[in-house]
Design a binder for this molecule. Structure first.
Ligand code: SAJ
Length: 436
């Protein structure tokens, strides 16, 4: 049996059945994109709540409008379940599960291993398995492949194994699954051919690389590039402060260079589920190979120090008003890890909030996207952004520069504003402004 040709035919005529494990911000958009181009897709997730919402045609991922999902569920092109058994009948399995860090800052591969073990129980000849979760180079070959070989299958002949990094940018109004080029790598050339044929109908451009490790590394280069450059510009901010130079002015002027420069901006720290974490997967792997990824580790050190740097800014600003943090009222504007989204994962605002509380300040926050924040020992709710609340704060800290914030209103009513995002650029008001 020519399983490669069988898969290629089924992918070409859209009769291939696709299973996607993990109905999160990566898996659901991917599943919907496959369904939109005519595949029958089944999403598998451990959370019944997500499964029920999908089967009711209700999206819980902002990047997937319900009006996209509902018709696909109605037509039978999209459904979801908590049972892995459905994967016995699919031709393709895409693994889109989290790859977080353990408390020790080491990779937490438990979700990938659990998915790989589940796939091993349903694996059959003619199956294509694609890992999309961001991970260290070698994961696909070392974690996925051995579990599939237990079934006596031959990779590249009976079963096809690939890696394709997810490039979902939550909240990006321009780039989605369809128009973000998709990098694909495979264990063998036949695996590359098959995985390229999988994505070809769903994405505008497929970029093939020669191996799974290369594809795993592409993603890590992309996000390490960001983490290191953000670390660089955060250190630039610290240096500019020592020099009495406005780092924002410097970056804006440097951005006038039409080649060889790309602006990054200092901030309160590095949030999100990608940028602070992915590079540490790479440095972890290299440590096992007796190599220290110095740029990654230094950038991580600088980026994780930024919340403390912000606390110092606040302390010094209050000190200039003859106040100490202890006993002061401090209002935090924005808790999400970046503007105009509701994601709190790794948000530096969480650290800033807790560090200020630890110093004895009475801290409250406003975030139009995050009505509630659960801390280790308390649950805090977003307060209404009123003139009274602003005026009552000894200091207001802009941590996340949501577009909805009316800076003129804030500067009119606040006494002191510490701005970590240059949101107050070119603005004046009653408040004294201290910028990162
Ligand atoms: N940040 C800065 N300065 C910058 C850029 C970002 O401090 O110049 C901070 C942000 O506030 C945030 C963190 O870094 O806390 C990460 O920001 P991000 O813009 O990288 O946004 P993410 O985490 O949503 O990154 C995603 C990434 N997508 C994936 O990894 C799949 C990344 O590849 C995208 O390039 C990025 O979105 C994007 O372009 O927005």
């Amino acid at each position: 049996m020519d399983y490669k040709q069988q898969l290629l035919d089924r992918l070409h005529n859209r009769t291939a059945k696709i299973g996607v494990i993990g109905m999160g911000y990566v898996g659901l958009p991917l599943a919907v994109e496959f369904a939109r181009v005519g595949f029958h897709v089944v999403g598998v997730d451990v959370l019944e709540e997500k499964v029920n919402k999908i089967n009711a045609g209700e999206s819980y991922i902002p990047d997937v409008p319900t009006e996209w999902l509902a018709p696909l569920v109605k037509s039978g092109h999209m459904r979801a379940t908590t049972s892995f058994d459905v994967l016995r009948d699919v031709d393709v399995i895409s693994i889109c599960v989290p790859t977080p860090l353990l408390k020790t800052k080491d990779p937490d591969m438990s979700f990938v291993v659990a998915a790989a073990d589940a796939v091993a129980t349903v694996c059959h000849a003619g199956l294509l398995v694609v890992l999309e979760s961001t991970t260290y180079p070698g994961t696909t070959d070392e974690v996925i492949v051995p579990r599939l070989l237990q079934n006596g299958l031959t990779v590249g002949k009976d079963v096809f194994v690939s890696f394709s990094p997810e490039r979902v940018d939550p909240g990006n109004p321009v780039y989605g699954v369809h128009n973000t080029p998709k990098v694909v790598g495979g264990v063998t050339p036949a695996c590359v051919e098959v995985v390229a044929a999988l994505y070809a109908p769903a994405v505008e451009r497929v970029v093939t690389v020669s191996s799974t490790a290369a594809a795993e590394m592409v993603k890590l280069l992309e996000n390490t590039f960001r983490a290191v450059n953000i670390g660089l510009v955060n250190e630039m901010a610290i240096m500019c402060s020592r020099l009495g130079v406005d780092v924002w002015e410097v970056i804006e002027a440097a951005s006038s260079k039409p080649f060889g420069f790309m602006p990054f901006y200092p901030g309160p720290g590095l949030g999100g589920h990608c940028i602070p974490i992915d590079p540490l997967y790479l440095s972890w792997k290299l440590r096992a190979l007796n190599y220290t990824a110095r740029f990654i580790e230094l950038a991580s050190e600088i980026n994780t120090s930024m919340p403390y740097y912000v606390i110092n800014l606040v302390m010094n600003a209050l000190n200039d008003d003859g106040k100490s943090v202890k006993g002061c009222k401090i209002g935090v504007l924005g808790m999400a890890y970046k503007r105009d989204i509701d994601d709190l994962r790794e948000s530096p605002a969480l650290d800033i909030f807790e560090l200020l509380e630890a110093k004895g300040a009475h801290v409250t926050f406003n975030d139009p996207f995050c009505p509630m924040v659960r801390f280790s020992s308390s649950v805090e709710h977003s307060v209404e952004l009123t003139a009274e609340w602003l005026a009552a704060q000894d200091c207001v800290v802009i941590v996340t520069d949501h577009s909805a914030y009316d800076v003129d209103f804030i500067l009119k009513h606040a006494q002191l504003v510490v701005d970590t995002r240059n949101k107050t650029k070119g603005k004046q008001g009653n408040a004294r402004i201290v910028r990162l």
